[in-house]
Design a binder for this molecule. Structure first.
Ligand code: ATP
Ligand code: MG
Length: 323
């Protein structure tokens, strides 16, 4: 099956990932980690995906790349539906950079072998010399020196490890990378460096990103568009600046009000919205809108029906009954 929107590189339609969880001796309950997520990403574009811990961001990335088999929904790559296809061909096109550079790289391998492994798997060189040249080129692309090639991961800092992870993802020359909180585990002082590197690589290589983070500030900086997730669903999506200047969903408002503002005068004038209550358990979701239990504008309708994402102009989509 092909998709009419030929321009977009990656599209997911109504993606669902439900995990069976044992909740009793004989009882299983479905945990709806992702429950009807749709979005499109154009070539060379960055879609930011934000939301609190446990809302399903990583699961979206993994299901999209078919590291998990989707419970439902469709995934398109470059106009072709890939949901039920053998992913071998698409592994080269779509890659992932993981959150924790300390556990995602094999400590027994040298940098050269970590970056060379995908080259080996996909047979992307004709001789040893070419393999080595490609590895050195990738290392220089992410700002690592040639003498790092024979060293082991434990000899590197978090930021350098993340650069190794990125070089490994880039080895197969992908058109799309899922970046799963790639800077969250790093020291604040080097987060900006690594984010800038992601941007420079995008300019050079034209690669598209799904950039996952829980910090709206990080995501706003790097994204063309942003999608905000709450308990398995997208509640708002818009261009990055539009979302920042004109947030509409009460959950997005609370996320933005939690972002620290460097100027004390503006910071004092800004009212922080403190969210009441805890995040509901995804095993026991509230009826209707999942956010209603923490929303101060919630009405009866919110308990009855789950609002759909609707366009409020210029592609600014919001799922809320009250805005
Ligand atoms: N393999 C799995 N089996 C069962 N439940 C899972 C599995 N992976 C994730 N979950 C559950 O699905 C929900 C979403 O998890 P996910 O890791 O996608 O969230 P996240 O938004 O990436 O969180 P974080 O910001 O902490 O990384 C959570 O409730 C989690 O416990
Ligand atoms: Mg995660």
């Amino acid at each position: 099956m092909s998709n009419e929107n030929a321009k977009c590189l990656v599209e997911v339609q109504d993606l669902q990932e439900h995990f069976p969880i044992k909740t009793g001796f004989f009882k299983k309950t479905m945990l709806k980690a992702v429950d009807g997520v749709s979005f499109k990403i154009n070539p060379g574009e960055t879609l930011g995906l934000v939301g609190e811990s446990g809302c399903g961001k990583t699961t979206v990335g993994r299901t999209l790349l078919r590291l998990y088999k989707p419970t439902g929904g469709k995934v398109f790559f470059d106009g072709t539906e890939v949901t039920d296809r053998n992913m071998q061909t698409y592994r080269k096109e779509m890659q992932m950079v993981f959150q924790d550079p300390y556990s995602s790289l094999d400590p027994r391998m040298t940098v050269e072998d970590i970056i060379g492994e995908p080259l080996d798997v996909h047979k992307l060189y004709s001789g040893k010399g070419e393999r080595r040249d490609k590895i050195l080129e990738l290392m220089s692309l992410v700002g690592l020196n040639a003498e790092h090639a024979t060293r082991y991961v434990h000899e590197f800092s978090g930021g350098q490890r993340q650069r190794i992870g990125i070089a490994r993802a880039l080895a197969v020359n992908p058109r799309f990378i899922v970046c799963d909180e790639p800077v969250s585990a790093l020291d604040v002082s080097i987060q900006a460096q690594v984010i800038n590197m992601f941007e420079e690589l995008q300019e050079k290589l034209g690669v598209a990103y799904l950039f996952i983070a829980h910090d709206l500030l990080v995501v706003h900086h790097i994204s063309d568009r942003i999608a905000v997730m709450y308990l398995g669903r997208i509640v708002e999506t818009a261009d990055a600046d539009e979302l920042n200047e004109n947030p509409m969903h009460p959950y997005t408002l609370s996320l933005l009000s939690a972002v620290p503002i460097p100027d004390p005068v503006t910071a004092r004038a800004q009212k922080r919205i403190i969210l009441e209550g805890d995040v509901p358990s995804p095993l026991n979701m509230p009826s209707g809108c999942a956010f209603r239990t923490r929303c101060r504008y919630a009405t009866e309708q919110c308990a009855r029906e789950c609002p759909k994402l609707t366009d409020r102009g210029n592609g600014h989509m919001v799922a809320c009954w009250n805005h």
